[in-house]
Ligand binder design. Structure first.
Ligand SMILES: NC(=O)c1ccc[n+]([C@@H]2O[C@H](COP(=O)([O-])OP(=O)(O)OC[C@H]3O[C@@H](n4cnc5c(N)ncnc54)[C@H](OP(=O)(O)O)[C@@H]3O)[C@@H](O)[C@H]2O)c1
Length: 247
């Protein structure tokens, strides 16, 4: 697609989202950096986007809240002039045995992970249709495919993203919009720091390539899915997990 392009990355203050914001800036996108708490970190990511010669906007929004997501997308379009790429990346993890999983925590996880991706896509789609070009990437997880004994809520929400991805891909393909998911395994971010510190050796033994991924590697995959060259890839869930899980 020719001309100026705008990307919105949710949860871009840290980890995979921050790496994705920077990678998309390198690929020529102006970038909206969403966060909910880490304002300073979001400012730093935005400054680095600007350092790469692109425009940046930081937008605070709890992605689980539809009015906030609606306002966020409207602000991005207003201030950056459009919306062509949406990366639904914001997320968190928590661990409970199924019977000890509080109902409120189940609902919160579904809201932050699955509801949020639908809300943002719903708001972004009209702008992508207007542009005749769009890319949506949903950050799912190995857990969507493999399950999680202490994360039924996380695995179910991430699996829901795969159904959302395929459905949006079917509906939006005719408009030049592709929709894909990525399914990272262990990636070195705040989310996995404690587990890698405490059980790093055991975790590495389970991973055929004997390494965890860096956030920049997930960002590179996302950026490829957002490129013109990936225009025939849609409805897919692409794993990046060192071979830990194969179907
Ligand atoms: N790390 C892994 O091994 C791994 C593996 C598979 C999938 N993933 C997925 O990859 C995505 C990114 O994870 P990460 O490892 O980069 O995590 P991270 O370093 O903990 O960063 C999480 C990001 O999400 C944002 N966020 C959390 N809740 C939010 C909300 N309600 N509204 C808006 N933003 C919110 C955080 O914003 P604040 O900084 O403002 O709190 C932060 O920017 C998540 O969806 C995660 O499930 C990660």
């Amino acid at each position: 697609m020719a001309g100026r392009r705008v990307a919105l990355v949710t949860g871009a203050s840290r980890g995979i989202g921050a790496a994705t914001a920077l990678r998309l800036a390198r690929e020529g996108f102006d970038v909206a950096v969403n966060y909910v708490q880490s304002e300073q970190r979001a400012r730093e990511v935005a400054a680095r986007v600007e350092g790469l010669g692109r425009r940046a906007l930081i937008v605070r929004a709890d992605v689980a809240d539809y009015p906030q997501v609606k306002a966020m997308v409207a602000r991005v379009v207003d201030e950056l002039g459009g919306l062509h790429v949406l990366v639904n990346n914001a997320g968190y993890s928590s661990h409970f045995e199924p019977e000890a999983l509080p109902v409120d925590e189940w609902r919160r996880m579904l809201a932050v992970t699955l509801d949020a991706a639908f809300y943002a896509a719903k708001e972004a789609i009209p702008h992508m249709k207007r542009a005749g070009w769009g890319r949506i990437v949903n950050v799912s997880s190995l857990r969507a495919l493999a399950g999680s004994a202490k994360g039924a809520h996380y695995a179910a929400a991430k699996a829901g993203l795969i159904g959302l991805t395929k459905s949006l891909a079917l509906a939006l393909g005719p408009y030049g919009i592709t929709v894909n998911a990525v399914a990272p395994g262990y990636t070195r971010t705040d989310m996995t720091r404690k587990a890698l510190e405490e059980q790093g050796e055991q975790i590495l033994k389970q991973i055929p390539v004997r390494r965890v991924a860096e956030p920049e590697e997930v960002a590179a995959l996302i950026a490829f899915l957002c490129s013109d060259e990936a225009g025939s890839i849609t409805g897919e869930t692409i794993s990046l997990n060192g071979g830990i899980y194969m179907r």
